[in-house]
Write a protein that binds this ligand. Sequence first.
Ligand SMILES: [Mg+2]
Length: 269
Amino acid sequence: MEIIKDDIHRGRFKAAIFDFDGTISLIRAGWQDVMYPYFVEVLAETPQAESQEQLERVVRDFVDFLTGKQTIYQCMQLVEEVEKRGGVPLTPLEYKHEYLRRLWEQIEHRVHGLEDGSIERETMLVPGSVELLQELKKRGLTLYLASGTDEPYVLHEAAVLGVADFFDGGIYGALERYEDFSKEKVIQEIIKGHDLAGEELLGFGDGYVEIENVKAVGGYAVGVASDEIHQKGINEWKRERLTKAGADLIIPDYRGLSELITYLFPPEE
Ligand SMILES: [Mg+2]
């Protein structure tokens, strides 16, 4: 546990908002290894394409920059990049569908394994997730899940991981009408709906979008710098981005739960 800012009031939390992929779920771990090569492949076919190496850098930069927002934004940027290089792009939605088709090939066995019980839920959860959710429920917080992944997938994957019922505030994901969803909107609704003060909101995420959104309303932001592949230790790249985004605290996962809870809910003096 790495404390970035210690002077922020803690302990009065009434609601918590969670990102899904990388924060709770490991089902989609490795999605970048599908998106990067696909986007590079698309750009390599344009008339004014740079070298493979340069294209890889371009793709990595804009994909990473937009991570945490809905997938469609990465596809909208791809359209622009194709046009910049004199190509005729598909629509963002067509790129998104092809990306999801490729990703699904990679993760289908995980979802099916969870459905039929041949894969243990714990292996597809950020370690300590269930215990953390239980602890927060015990303390009376209302829990929300908000993800940039399409809503039907988020609902299904939360269910097969056995965590859906914890989120009594609701589970939100990306919509085909993408303008109708953003993490910022969900947070605004939580604040208004419960008449919350900023310091009553707790947020967990492994992307800068949710950290920035939580900090923008005066909430407390826990950056989860999870290493989704090795499931151990800190992912340095995430740690740096989360710190820059304004995270108050950085953790690798929820294995050090009692220390985390004692810190977030200090005994009243
Ligand atoms: Mg995430």
